[in-house]
Design a protein around this ligand. Structure first.
Ligand SMILES: [Zn+2]
Length: 506
């Protein structure tokens, strides 16, 4: 045997030896630690038998976009309820809450008329009224962040189409997405860097949208025709949000997103002189309030059924794509965690409840409604964990400064190190359903995920099934299912922090 082969054979033997020792050690540990043993079963069941991508494809392609208040969303509520039932969950049901107006998107078209003709790629904001036929007007830039700033425009807006910000510049090429674990701790929007970093989408501006909603009333009084917003996305992708606020009001004036490329073109042309734009949008509203639903199911606890661990995601979406990664992925991960835990028959001590919220995109309204409807139960909810930042792997769990839970959470997530889950983080993220629990004093945790291209595609035409990554979602379901089981088995409920002061943060 040539020397090289001897060395190779020897090292293979050594590897085999140490490898089998590792296996032996793992088995010994598993035998001693029922939590680890259960977690291994959960991980194997999800890896080998998951139905995540099949379910996500059905939700995306056969049901489609799921605007809050739409028939599609109700269809998705019923379908997920049926799936929970088919998986053998207990008490799969829908919990209703109400919105003032459902909104239906109609058509939208627009063009720059002069100084040169260019087509616009355009989409109405949610809860924006239509233009009532084609309207045409000079574009006017409004520089204002507060209602007081608007006085200077009195008498100057008749027949105008308004823009209300400078364009967001595109990024330098090959800029990697921000590492979600390295964004500064105090930044509440972990996946969104500070405003005006070239090429990064601006952080959501809830306060700005609240201002804009008020400003629209002034613009209408002054005779303006509509408002165009910058999508702040690359590759001619549109963005989407609502102008009806958390109360689902009818917007006072037509507002629409156009692509960044369109917006920058208008901005450049305005430096040369007057720019005239034509737009025509048709949208409609329900004439009365509409019931919408959260889908809820559970595995009842064997020893402490009235104590609850919640896994959640939001089933509603915006409607330019099919809401596949915002938040079909999270919803199907929660459904898969339910399937696997039920199938394994692990009989958790506490109840594990699975909640698919709605109205998240208009201000976490379904989870707020849930917390309100279940307020008697809140002291007995150990914690809620939400998966809502796209398809990426779960890197860590964000604890929202629940320092009192740190040590216990270290033990809860330790077995998940082998699927790449790092230690928990104290960071906070506002703007998804866990925050509704946090505000009520229940530990509301969120999955900190690999961003993949979430910021680029979410809320755009490109949020479709093909963006989802099966392997990442398998890992996400493994994390959620094992986390929920481990928390359900703890000797005590997770300690709660005092309820935060109520603030209107919409
Ligand atoms: Zn979302």
């Amino acid at each position: 045997m040539p020397l090289r082969r001897v060395v190779l054979a020897a090292s293979l033997f050594f590897l085999a030896l140490t490898g089998s020792r590792t296996v032996l050690r793992a088995q010994q540990v598993a035998a001693k630690d029922p939590m680890l043993e259960a977690d291994h079963k959960i991980m194997a069941e999800i890896k080998d038998h998951n139905e995540i991508m099949a379910n996500l494809e059905y939700l995306s392609d056969m049901i489609g976009a799921r605007l809050t208040g739409s028939d599609n969303l109700t269809k998705a509520n019923h379908w997920t309820q049926e799936q929970f039932r088919a998986y053998g969950l207990d008490d799969a049901h829908l919990e209703a809450w109400t919105i003032a107006h459902a909104w239906s998107r109609g058509t939208a078209r627009g063009r720059i008329v002069s100084p040169a003709e260019h087509p616009l790629t355009i989409a109405s904001l949610g809860w924006s009224p239509g233009t009532n036929g084609a309207v045409r007007g000079a574009v006017k830039y409004i520089k204002a962040d507060r209602i007081e700033d608007l006085a200077q425009y009195k008498g100057k807006l008749k027949g105008a189409i308004l823009i209300t910000s400078e364009p967001t510049p595109f990024p330098p090429p090959y800029e990697p997405p921000p590492n979600p674990l390295l964004v500064p701790f105090e930044e509440p929007y972990i996946l969104r860097p500070p405003a005006n970093v070239p090429g990064q989408p601006p952080p959501p501006r809830p306060a700005y949208f609240r201002f804009l909603r008020e400003a629209l009333k002034f613009f209408r009084q002054e005779g303006a025709l509509g408002v165009l917003l910058d999508s702040s996305k690359e590759d001619a992708l549109l963005n989407m949000t609502g102008i009806g606020g958390r109360s689902y009001e009818i917007g006072a004036l037509p507002v629409a997103f156009i692509t960044s490329e369109n917006y920058q073109l208008i901005w450049r042309l305005m430096k040369r002189g007057p720019v005239e734009v034509e737009m025509e949008t048709t949208n409609s509203f329900s004439d009365k309030p509409v019931d919408v639903y959260n889908t809820v199911a559970e595995i009842r606890g064997t020893e402490k059924p009235d104590e609850i661990v919640i896994l959640g995601a939001h089933l509603d979406s915006w409607d330019l794509g099919t809401g596949s990664t915002d938040n079909g992925t999270g919803s199907m991960v929660v459904l898969e965690a339910a399937r696997a835990l039920k199938k394994l028959g692990l009989s958790p001590k506490r109840t594990i409840r699975f909640v698919l919220f709605t109205g998240e995109e208009q201000g976490m309204n379904g989870s707020r409604a849930y917390v309100e409807a279940h307020k008697e139960e809140l002291p007995k909810i150990s914690a809620a964990l939400i998966h809502d930042t796209g398809t990426g792997r779960v890197l860590s769990i964000g604890l929202m400064a629940n320092y009192q839970d740190r040590e216990i959470m270290d033990r809860v997530v330790a077995p998940l190190r082998e699927i790449g889950l790092l230690e928990s983080s104290q960071r906070s993220l506002d703007g998804s359903d866990h925050a509704s629990f946090d505000k009520a004093g229940v530990p509301g945790f969120f999955a900190i995920q690999d961003p993949v291209d979430y910021n680029r595609t979410h809320h755009s035409q490109s949020d479709t099934f093909d963006r989802a990554r099966g392997d990442d979602l398998v890992q996400g379901a493994q994390v959620l299912a094992a986390w929920a089981y481990n928390v359900a088995q703890l000797p005590e409920l997770l300690p709660h922090k005092p309820a935060a002061e109520k603030k209107d943060d919409e």
